[in-house]
Ligand binder design. Structure first.
Ligand SMILES: Nc1ncnc2c1ncn2[C@@H]1O[C@H](COP(=O)(O)OP(=O)(O)OP(=O)(O)O)[C@@H](O)[C@H]1O
Ligand SMILES: [Mg+2]
Length: 485
């Protein structure tokens, strides 16, 4: 267990994926609404201003045309042109004579004339006479779009239209858009939360599967992991499915590893039990004969007993040496690698076998060229010796045994030991290279094998990166060892 305190996460990192997705979507939508709103307002403002300027230009034309109309009979209060036909409500007019005297006012909704304040008059006086529209704030009458035009007589005629209607339209539109946006965002938030919840639901099932696996008592007894993410949540086309599929692959992997470990543990336990059992037989013999010798008065009995003790201890020595060899091959620390002439080795081993089993017919099938492999000559000799010893001990007299060595085109050496004996029982063939695996006949005292011979062959060949196979039927048994050259 780690003693590190859990790292403290702050801010976004601590939020759930659901919350993060929702916030990001709503934030993006808000930005989009804002951009749409601002762009719409600007475009509409430009359009409405254009319209206002068009109307203002027409009003200016009317004003200039009516600049010299005679003053009305009820008094000379404001510019006469304000009352020219067609001038609209809230139109502003100002008439500045050559000396700078100003007459300015607005037609109100009743068609009456209203004065403007002194500060507004000053603003009007400062307006450039360029016949171009300008926007000015005129105090209590509000903002106006104004054009100043100079007449032939040197007077300045100013005409203005209020900005207020346009500003009202823009404000109204802004309000509507804001309302619709807020409502839309609220709907998006609720619907988005629901959709994200539905979409991420399979992730919960993946989590549940992972949690159930973590609660399994894998350290004891049951080694199988029966839990998997449901097939529907392991569809690799979706992101959540990929997580599910990856988890399933991981569980498969752990499951297989656990099974392999369990199998190997069982094998080791079996091996220890078999080895103890094998050692018990000669030990029992030694004890029995030792006792017999102690109680016997007959010198011949004593000599016989001691002979048996010697034989039993020799058998034990062989067994222990074989077990040690297997253990060494399992560890495979620093395997010896020297050039070994397989042809030479086979010829020697066959000649030894001929002496040990004169009742068998021994034949060699080797070429004149040496077949050389890299390896440990003592171990490779043991491979051949074990195979030949089997061909001798597990077949009846006058069986023909053919030992062959050749080199194939794909640069490997092939060693074969074939005999025409009774063959290996089919049910034994699959496990013949396992430790202590042997046929029933071999359990008899005459054959006396312990069942380690072929296990040693397999271990040595594996240590040499080679391969050993058996092919057997009554009348024809062939062991084939392939070694890389
Ligand atoms: N050439 C063969 N013909 C028939 N049976 C064979 C042959 N070679 C091996 N076997 C069978 O395979 C079994 C396993 O052989 P292995 O060499 O591993 O053990 P063993 O010969 O019984 O004992 P050990 O070799 O340890 O003295 C033998 O007991 C025998 O039944
Ligand atoms: Mg053997």
């Amino acid at each position: 267990m780690s003693s590190n305190p859990p790292t403290e996460h702050r801010g976004l990192a601590n939020w759930s994926l659901r919350a993060r997705l929702l916030v990001v979507v709503v934030a993006l939508m808000t930005v989009a609404c804002l951009v749409i709103g601002v762009v719409t307002e600007l475009a509409l403002r430009k359009y409405l201003l254009g319209q206002l300027d068009d109307r203002l230009t027409s009003a200016v034309d009317r004003s200039v045309a009516g600049a010299d109309l005679p003053p009305p009979p009820d008094g000379d209060r404001g510019p006469r042109f304000l009352f020219a036909p067609g001038q609209g409500e809230n139109t502003l007019g100002a008439d500045i004579d050559i000396d700078g005297n100003i007459k300015a006012g607005v037609i109100n909704s009743k068609g009456d004339f209203e004065d403007v304040s002194a500060s507004a008059q000053q603003t009007l006086k400062d307006l450039p006479t360029d016949r171009k529209p300008h926007t000015r704030d005129l105090g209590e009458v509000g903002e106006y779009r104004l054009i100043a035009a100079e007449t032939a007589g040197g007077r300045t005629i100013i005409t203005g239209l209020p900005m207020q209607p346009m500003q009202d339209t823009l404000a109204q539109l802004g309000l509507i858009m804001a309302g619709v946006s807020v409502m839309g965002l609220a709907v998006l938030g609720v619907a988005g939360a629901w959709i994200i919840r539905i979409t991420l639901w399979p992730l919960r099932r993946v989590v549940v599967a992972a949690r159930r696996v973590s609660e399994l008592p894998l350290h004891e007894g049951e080694v199988a992991v029966p839990i998997r993410v449901p097939e529907a949540d392991a569809n690799p086309r979706t992101e959540v499915g990929q997580v599910g599929a990856a988890l399933n692959r991981m569980i498969d992997h752990v499951d297989n590893a656990l099974r392999a470990r369990q199998a190997s543990e069982t094998r080791v336990r079996q091996f220890v039990a078999d080895a103890s059992h094998e050692l018990r037989t000669p030990l029992a013999a030694i004890r029995g004969y030792a006792e017999l010798a102690r109680h016997s008065q007959e010198p011949t009995d004593i000599v016989h007993s001691l002979n048996r003790v010697e034989m039993a201890s020799a058998r034990m020595t062989t067994l222990v040496e074989e077990l040690l060899l297997l253990a060494r091959l399992d560890a495979a620390k620093n395997p010896v690698r020297e050039p070994v002439d397989l042809t030479r080795l086979v010829v020697d081993a066959a000649s030894d076998a001929r002496v040990a089993g004169p009742d068998h017919r021994w034949q060699l099938d080797v070429g004149s060229d040496p077949v050389v492999v890299q390896g440990d000559s003592t171990q490779l000799h043991q491979v051949v010796a074990n195979l030949l010893s089997n061909a001798r001990t597990h077949t009846p007299p006058s069986t023909t045994v053919i030992v062959g060595v050749r080199q194939t085109h794909n640069r490997s050496a092939v060693l074969t030991v074939a005999d025409d004996g009774p063959g290996i029982p089919a049910n034994l063939q699959s496990e013949i290279f396992e430790r202590f695996a042997r046929g029933d006949t071999s359990r008899s005292r005459s054959a006396g094998g312990s069942g380690l011979g072929l296990a040693i062959v397999a271990a040595i060949v594996a240590a040499h990166h080679g391969d050993v196979t058996v092919n057997s039927e009554p009348g024809r048994t062939i062991f084939t060892v392939t070694l890389p050259v």
